[in-house]
Design a protein around this ligand. Structure first.
Ligand code: DOR
Ligand code: ZN
Length: 345
């Protein structure tokens, strides 16, 4: 096959950041995605309708000329979030709220301690038809980092989906066979996003032959058997799994550091890397469902009009990109050659 044409896809999990950085991140995503679920872990986090509206406007202002890219806004749940916060956010067009267990990842210090305390909020979300997006890792220091996703399923996720059967839950950026199995066995109201890095890499790519900080993200890459399980579920074409890049930029010096940040900046190559995964799996016929159909269908939103086309053409991902503030950032898969390229008119 020499080209792949897809109904225009969306990114169901993305970090744009804020300020100057938007001039870099918004065009990178808008080059191929029509919509993106915008993660709310700014400093301070996006915790109410007014903050979400103001952030959406800053994103819209950073779009390239002529772009019709549309951000889909989310709230960051804290122990201060109330049912009324949810009602107002829903009225303002916020589509989802994100649960970060406190300390789970970048800028999650404000997040939730004691998930049961949020049950009245989940009740209101269920009533309002607002989706719950979950970073599914426990954060207790005695739990090994490679076991934190499974521990979260057992300690919290089963209880949440049992208590709120009509609440739509997205288990974000899943990394294990345990998570894939949980989603497959759960009701039709439970789905998951999967990143390019968790399909392409495993923990050897993080640790063998030296620590590779640009492959460090959270949840951390797992062993090869888990990577294979994720590849199997996307190749199966199950509508419970859809595209969420988790593209999460951090400046080069913050990644290449004694205490490096978690996150892979994949926006400039994500759609091409996913294409490569589906081709390697001999499952290109399942690519459009994953990239363009399963997400909007689950969210209850229309599928996009229009198409994008990827052509078979080798190109190298740059070693580095200069951010609007003059600092370098190393994109995901920097310096590597990939075989698919987005056709731009
Ligand atoms: O690797 C990650 N980076 N995982 C997350 O959950 C957050 C993200 C970020 O915001 O940098
Ligand atoms: Zn994320």
């Amino acid at each position: 096959m020499q080209s792949i044409t897809l109904q225009t896809p969306d990114d169901w999990h993305l970090h744009f950041r804020d300020g100057d950085m938007l001039k870099e991140t918004v065009p990178a995503t808008a080059r191929c995605f029509k919509r993106a679920i915008v993660m709310p872990n700014l400093v301070p986090p996006v915790t109410d309708a007014d903050m979400a509206n103001a952030y959406a406007q800053r994103i819209l202002d950073a779009r390239p000329q002529g772009s019709d890219f549309t951000p889909l806004m989310t709230l960051y749940l804290t122990n201060q979030t109330t049912p009324d916060t949810i009602v107002k956010a829903k009225q303002a067009g916020v589509v989802a709220s994100k649960l970060y267990p406190a300390g789970a990842t970048t800028n999650s210090d404000a997040a939730v301690k004691g998930i049961e305390a949020l049950y009245p909020v989940f009740e209101e979300m269920q009533k309002q038809g607002m989706l719950l997006l979950i970073h599914g890792e426990v954060t207790e220091s005695h739990v090994d980092i490679f076991d934190r996703e499974k521990a979260f399923i057992d300690a919290h996720l089963r209880k949440i989906v049992d208590a709120f059967p009509a609440l739509k839950v997205v288990f974000e950026h899943i990394t294990t066979s345990d998570a894939a199995d949980f989603v497959l066995d759960a009701s039709e109201n439970v789905a998951a996003t999967i990143t390019p890095q968790h399909l392409l890499l495993n923990r050897n790519d993080l640790l063998v032959g030296g620590v590779r900080p640009h492959n460090y993200c959270l949840p951390v890459l797992k062993r090869n058997t888990h990577q294979q399980a994720l590849r199997r579920v996307v190749a199966s074409g199950s509508s419970k799994f859809f595209l969420g890049t988790d593209s999460a930029p951090h400046e080069k010096h913050r990644k290449e550091s004694a205490c490096g940040c978690a996150g892979c900046y994949s926006a400039w190559s994500a759609i091409e890397l996913y294409a490569q995964v589906f081709e390697d799996l001999d499952a290109l016929d399942k690519f459009e469902g994953f990239a363009s159909h399963h997400g909007p269908d689950f969210y209850g939103l229309p599928r996009n009009e229009g198409t994008i086309t990827l052509v078979r053409e080798s190109w190298s991902i740059p070693d580095s990109i200069v951010l609007p503030n003059g600092n370098p950032i190393v994109p995901f898969f920097a310096g590597q050659t990939i075989n698919w390229k987005l056709q731009t008119s």
